[in-house]
Design a protein around this ligand. Structure first.
Ligand code: ZN
Ligand code: ZN
Length: 141
């Protein structure tokens, strides 16, 4: 038994139309269902403000690392630092960085957040502040 996909118009075997765990027949084939889902997620993200978008991605990252998460406002933190890189280089900040990286046990919380320029953010990477300082500014003795 072939079935015509409602989205791409191709005739495919019925097995390509079984959706979800319940295996019910869907009007669109599996690849089209996937791209429908993607479009849905994208338009959902587009509708969010920068703060909300940031909150969602950060919460997911924090969960991934098992880090503590407290809601904070990206906009407020940027404003407090005058949109400058908090690592003292005086460039304009583009990223909100975790001072102690999530992967190193840092919390996803306001006290651990600092605006950073792309260069500082990249240079620091997953180092702690102390490790970064030691690498780039080793003590002279
Ligand atoms: Zn299709
Ligand atoms: Zn910087």
């Amino acid at each position: 038994m072939k079935r015509v996909c409602h989205d791409c118009g191709r005739a495919k075997e019925e097995s390509a139309f079984l959706a979800g765990k319940a295996k019910r027949l869907s009007r669109v084939c599996a690849p089209c269902r996937k791209s429908r889902q993607k479009r849905h997620i994208k338009s959902f993200y587009r509708g969010l403000s920068t703060d909300e978008r940031h909150r969602i991605t950060q919460r997911r990252r924090a969960q991934h690392y098992g880090a503590a998460h407290q809601p904070y406002s990206r906009t407020e933190i940027f404003a407090r630092w005058g949109h400058r890189c908090g690592y003292g280089c005086n460039a304009s900040a583009e990223h909100l960085d975790h001072i102690t990286p999530l992967s190193r046990g840092g919390a996803d919380a306001e006290a651990n957040m600092i605006p950073a320029c792309a260069a500082c953010n990249l240079s620091k990477g997953a180092l702690t502040l102390a490790e970064w300082a030691l690498r780039d500014f080793p003590p002279p003795f």
